[in-house]
Design a protein around this ligand. Structure first.
Ligand code: SF4
Length: 398
């Protein structure tokens, strides 16, 4: 039976849920990899692996959602809570542009003291200063949070954000799109599976391209991992709005849920499964941030055609104890050593050119930046201009 399903994949036919599960649970890892690599080579025969230079900025760590797998957030009123100032964000953009970066991946906690107008003002200010710079910002749960806070519909919030400069929606907060799992992870409140899908549907209808993610390795079954992929495939059939899929393993350090991390083989099998099931997705990213450079490089033989981001800054995975860093030189070395040509890309996977360090001198980056230097608890002056919802926020803004 596995041979028949493998032949179907090789012939370019779509596989169903039962067939995908049988492959995932029964096929040897080498075969899964060869099948996924075959699909990847059909879609990208030119032997190019892309990557983007951007910065992963988390504008606040204050969050009311309190997902039990998250080591990043701080509750409202925590002395470790922060909100970045507009000037701090501009400085981060300047540093990003200096090393050839083209966008911010901007995500944060669900902070009740940041109204929709704060985001609009920030986006407008960024676009005014850096017109060509892209904003890949606010995952679906953040959009839902803003919808609840502002009493506007999801399409209404998206329209306001697009008007202010939003270019693309990152696929964060999907975890596993099965409500049983979401309840166990305490993340069904921030967005149910249907709500997450619905934000993406509205974003695609509004003309935005978005990414899709999966955080696996918590409490889900194999069937539920597969259901997640099938939900993404169905929406992609409907809208065609996803540019890429990214899977990463749950990072248990410093989390309430605790537990252990999925292995490298589990990652590679899951990535290969995604390449086989998501036959309508062009791009799959390697998650070197959670898997390290070596498994990240191996991903290129298990279905991935993109090394994700050079990144510059990362806070969320680091909070859970994992800290891998690869600058452009290192990412390119991994791509070329695997037998591919390395190309810089934009958020729509358009090729921008060869590695920037071969065009001009850029500083080596030996560790990732953080949102804030330790001990920096500055409160941005402009926050006083925005109404706070929490008692703490109201007190500090008086
Ligand atoms: S994962 Fe996101 S929404 Fe959940 S607690 Fe962390 S910051 Fe908040």
């Amino acid at each position: 039976m596995i041979d028949e399903i493998a032949d179907k994949v090789r012939a370019g036919e779509r596989i169903g849920a039962g067939e995908a599960l049988e492959l995932y649970q029964g096929a040897p890892t080498g075969l899964l990899g060869r099948l996924a690599d075959g699909v990847r080579m059909r879609k990208h025969p030119e032997r190019i692996v892309t990557y983007i230079i951007d910065r992963n900025v988390n504008y606040t760590n204050v969050c009311v959602a309190r997902c039990n797998f998250c080591a990043f957030y701080r509750p409202v009123g925590s002395s470790e809570g922060y909100v970045l100032g507009f000037d701090e964000i501009f400085r981060k953009i300047d540093e990003t542009i200096a090393v050839g970066g083209v966008q911010l991946l901007l995500q944060g906690g669900h902070n009740p003291d940041l109204p929709l107008t704060w985001y609009e003002d920030l986006f407008r200010a960024i676009k005014q200063r850096y017109p060509a710079f892209k904003l890949h910002a606010l995952s679906p749960p953040e959009v839902i949070h803003l919808s609840r806070l502002s009493h506007l519909s999801v399409p209404g919030v998206l329209a306001r954000l697009i008007e202010a400069g939003l270019d693309s929606v990152p696929g964060g907060g999907a975890e596993i799109l099965v409500d049983r799992v979401r309840r166990l992870l305490h993340c069904d409140g921030k967005a149910t599976s249907d709500e997450w899908i619905d934000v993406m549907r509205h974003a695609h209808r509004a003309g935005l391209r978005t990414t899709a993610t999966m955080m696996y390795g918590t409490v889900e079954t194999d069937e539920e991992r597969l259901e997640h992929l099938l939900r993404l495939r169905a929406l992609q059939d409907e809208t065609g709005g996803f540019t890429a899929f990214i899977a990463w393993s749950y990072q248990p350090g410093h989390t309430e849920l605790a537990g252990s991390e999925a292995t490298g083989i589990d990652y590679l099998r899951t990535l290969a499964l995604a390449r086989l099931v998501l036959d309508n997705f062009d791009n799959l990213q390697a998650s070197w941030v959670t898997q390290g450079g070596k498994v990240g490089q191996l991903s290129l033989a298990y279905g991935a055609n993109d090394m994700g981001s050079v990144m510059i800054e990362e806070n969320v995975v680091r909070a859970a104890g994992a800290s891998y860093c690869m600058d452009e030189v290192e990412i390119v070395r991994n791509i070329e050593d695997a037998g591919f040509a390395a190309k810089r890309r934009n958020m729509h996977y358009g090729i921008l050119g060869d590695p920037i360090f071969r065009e001009r001198q850029v500083p080596r980056m030996l560790e990732l930046a953080t949102s804030r230097q330790a001990g920096d608890d500055a409160v941005p002056a402009e926050l006083r201009l925005y109404p706070a919802r929490s008692r703490t926020g109201k007190t500090t803004r008086m």
